[in-house]
Design a binder for this molecule. Structure first.
Ligand SMILES: Nc1ncnc2c1ncn2[C@@H]1O[C@H](COP(=O)(O)OP(=O)(O)OP(=O)(O)O)[C@@H](O)[C@H]1O
Ligand SMILES: [Mg+2]
Length: 430
């Protein structure tokens, strides 16, 4: 849903400029300052545009301070925009910062009524849903206590229960779920699915990339107040992780990687290998090319099908277009829905790695035992350079090669924990 037709949320060229006063009292004095400016301006949102359609679950990722909460507050209406347009159609229920919307002196139940009223429900409608809300929150007798006595987890349980049970058209959640325990989180995500099944729309901010690949059909990536990417969650997550790791995943960097010379001296190319995924996400500042990867049994040739527990070798081949003091080769194994199963690098596994000169080719061989359950797996590979405390990404190729693992049919899951089983004392005596 990108074109804005029949959208539930529409944001056009949204900007937010905060005024930052040096002293709190300057906010007051400004009115009498006769043209003198007692504040400096900070642009927290810079021309953000997107549209969300009915029934979409959209995850918003971005580093701290990138503008996510500012965006949600404007969508919900608790904060005004400096310019641009925002339209949200239908009843919006939101969980923003912890504390917003609840009166600390009131009991949980009183706050349920207060909150539901803010969301447009009358007393009878709220009473009809009260049992469901309290069951969902599951905080026992605490509902009769003032919410100022709540733990942050209890608080979120109650706030989410209200938001999810008032039947909103749009549910907006800002990181709140992070404070709930895992069991409560999974209950929330089940409720998300139910809501989406009924055509509701969900927008949520999280720092959990796993939540985004699991639960969202689409993701947005914020950086420095701008929406820098909007698309398929796995791709967006990859780019977000790169930002977190200090890489520059800007369009220029991606172009630089594309512009690498395409004819290595070595005969093989990753693009020609069986199992190569054209949908790979590739970026890096250039200067080296990770041009080939081969997955094999020790001594064998490229092969994509293995049994659980087998020993494999992953051979990575890189070529250097400039001198590189401390090259690092890295590998990640992920499930198709983006869960990282394992990751490691030559920096961790080798005491040292020879520097490379312009035109050099280097090959590293990772030996790994496949303690994996049955299924498909994706390899993400990288060639980087260590520079002091920094790691500079030269050529990263995420989700680039797919292989299969076959396991005995009796086990399930992504890991092979090599269970053994014996009959215990009680069983013996029978
Ligand atoms: N009331 C405010 N006055 C001035 N600056 C603000 C205000 N609120 C937020 N900012 C600034 O705007 C920027 C965006 O903040 P915002 O809270 O939207 O980021 P965020 O993406 O939600 O970050 P986080 O992941 O830490 O929650 C930050 O640099 C922040 O310091
Ligand atoms: Mg925030």
């Amino acid at each position: 849903m990108r074109d804005g037709s029949a959208s539930v949320i529409e944001v056009v060229d949204l900007r937010k400029i905060y005024r930052i006063y040096r002293r709190p009292q300057d906010r007051l004095f400004q009115a009498f300052a006769r043209g003198k400016q007692l504040y400096r301006e900070f642009q927290a949102l810079d021309g953000v545009s997107f549209a969300v359609g009915r029934g979409e679950v959209v995850g918003i990722l971005g580093r701290n301070g990138s503008g996510k909460s500012t965006l949600l507050q404007i969508l919900v209406g608790t904060l005004g925009a400096s310019s641009g347009q925002v339209a949200v159609r239908g009843r919006v229920a939101a969980l923003l910062e912890l504390g917003a919307g609840f009166n600390p002196e009131f009991s949980g139940i009183e706050n349920v009524f207060l909150n539901a009223a803010i969301l447009g429900l009358d007393r009878a409608e709220t009473e009809a849903r009260l049992a469901e809300i309290l069951a969902f929150a599951d905080i026992g007798d605490f509902v009769h206590q003032p919410v100022k006595t709540y733990s942050s987890g209890m608080y979120v349980r109650l706030a989410f229960a209200v938001a999810a049970c008032v039947d909103p058209e749009v549910l907006i959640v800002d990181e709140a779920l992070a404070v709930g325990d895992v069991k409560f989180q999974s209950k929330c995500f089940r409720r998300f699915e139910e809501l989406v099944g009924r055509g509701k729309t969900i927008l949520f901010v999280t720092h959990s990339v796993e939540q985004v690949v699991r639960h969202c059909g689409r993701a947005l990536l914020m950086e420095g107040g701008r929406l820098i990417d909007d698309g398929e969650p796995r791709q967006i997550v990859n780019r977000y992780v790169d930002l977190l790791l200090g890489g520059d995943a800007s369009a220029e960097a991606a172009v630089a990687a594309d512009a690498l010379p395409c004819v290595p001296r070595h005969a093989e190319r990753l693009e020609l290998r069986a199992g190569y995924c054209e949908t790979e996400y590739r970026w890096g500042e250039g200067g080296a090319e990770l041009f080939d990867a081969e997955l094999r049994r020790p001594g064998g040739g490229h092969e994509l099908s293995y049994r659980t527990g087998e020993m494999i070798e992953l051979v990575l081949r890189g070529r250097f277009l400039r001198a590189c003091h401390r090259p690092i080769f890295g590998v990640y194994v992920k499930t198709p829905d983006g869960i990282t199963v394992y990751g490691n690098s030559s920096r961790n596994l080798l005491r040292e790695f020879p520097a490379a000169d312009v035109g050099d080719e280097r090959e590293v061989v990772f030996g790994m035992r496949l303690h994996l359950g049955a299924g498909s797996y994706l390899l993400s590979l990288g060639l980087a350079e260590e520079e002091g405390a920094d790691v500079r990404a030269l050529d990263r190729r995420y989700d680039v090669l797919q292989f299969e693992v076959h396991a005995p049919p009796a086990a399930v899951g992504i890991a092979d924990l090599q269970a053994v089983c014996r009959i215990g004392v009680n069983g013996d005596e029978k």
